[in-house]
Write a protein that binds this ligand. Structure first.
Ligand code: HSE
Length: 345
């Protein structure tokens, strides 16, 4: 049995999803694949830290999620570490970075990831900030230290997106990418088509937990632009800096725009797109009017979708969840399986 020790940064929704999956399926993974994931340390800037070299029971972590004291309620395992101290002192093979997204400079997550890689620990992250803004330096640090960095959950949560492009579509020649990459805005647009107001629809997206802490990131297209930057590097291998992506959100769309589009058999969607023309790549995020027969037009609610237009296969469309606790937690499992080469049969 291979034992993999995980140190977790962040004790929010994504961590909860990951812990839930390990709680429900950890034994099955051990049986089927001979691999056991132990959470040996976890830290959160507001909810305390915990440590147990033998693995903190997932049942205790699930109770701590519900407890007002958070990780401090785990009296046998409570620790005083902050994130950097945890990376430096905890026995761990992989640091799972799930702290908040900062699209200004990618901090503090970039510092945490760099510290972990420099200590020869693999990193898995769902955080868009460091990957959209600082991927090159982190990838070369990983290479220098002979470890890996898993980033699948940064785009479309656990719906296979980046690895599909890198490992399965590369030879097919991806010419362009179009995606509904933000669940909150797609949810708002769908609700507005059903007659809800923009304000009502946004409030509902916040209640459902899709929206970022500051929903400006969603509605003005910053979140989608971060994902376009990540796709440019990881799916197209033609990096476009985040700051160079032409971006417009959905806040300028009126109820009238949406209903008159419907009357013409069309729908407004917030589309992130990348298009290769020779050596040039154009990258945009903006509301686009799609005819009903377009492969992305019928994708509704918080669901995400991506259309890879390729030379050899034609169009490949992937539709699935783009946010959510277990959905994003599952992206971490995919990355862990890839790092440890877990395969059936
Ligand atoms: N706020 C994001 C969305 C979460 O609505 O898609 C997932 O990145």
């Amino acid at each position: 049995m291979q034992e993999v020790r995980l140190a977790l940064i962040g004790f929010g929704n994504v961590a909860q999803g990951l812990v839930q999956i390990l709680h429900q399926r950890g034994e099955q993974f051990a049986r089927q694949y001979g691999i056991e994931f132990l959470i040996t340390a976890i830290t959160d800037r507001n909810r305390g830290s915990a440590f147990d070299p033998n693995g903190i029971p997932t049942a205790s972590l699930l109770e701590a999620f519900q407890h007002p004291g958070g990780l401090r309620s785990l009296s046998n395992q409570a620790a005083e570490w902050d994130a950097l101290e945890m990376i430096q002192h905890s026995p761990s093979d992989v640091v799972v970075e799930m702290s908040y997204t900062n699209l200004q400079d990618g901090e503090p997550a970039t510092t945490y990831i760099a510290e972990a890689l420099s200590r020869k620990k693999h990193v898995v992250t769902t955080n868009k900030g460091p990957i959209a803004l600082r991927y090159e330096e982190l990838a070369s640090l990983a290479k220098m230290h002979g470890v890996q960095i898993g980033v699948e959950g940064t785009v479309m949560s656990g719906t296979p997106t980046l690895r599909v492009a890198r490992e399965m579509l590369d030879g097919a020649g991806i010419r362009s990418i179009q995606g509904i990459l933000n669940g909150t805005t797609n949810f708002i647009l769908t609700q507005m088509e059903c007659g809800k107001s923009y304000e009502e629809a946004l409030a509902e997206a916040q209640r459902q937990g899709y929206a970022e802490a500051d929903p400006t990131g969603d509605v003005e297209g910053y979140d989608a632009a971060a994902k376009v930057a990540i796709l440019s590097r990881l799916a197209l291998n033609a990096p476009v800096p985040y700051a160079n992506i032409e971006r417009r959100g959905i806040s300028g769309l009126t109820a009238e725009d949406i209903s008159s589009a419907r009357a013409k058999g069309m729908r407004w969607k917030l589309i992130g797109s990348l298009e290769k023309k020779g050596d040039e790549v154009t990258a945009t995020v903006r509301p686009e009017l799609l005819p009903d027969e377009h492969p992305l037009a019928s994708v509704s609610g918080a669901t995400n979708a991506i259309l890879y237009r390729t030379d050899l296969l034609g169009d490949v469309v992937i539709i699935g969840p783009g946010a959510g606790r277990e959905q994003t937690g599952y992206a971490i499992i995919q990355d862990l399986f890839a790092i440890y080469n877990v395969r059936k049969g």
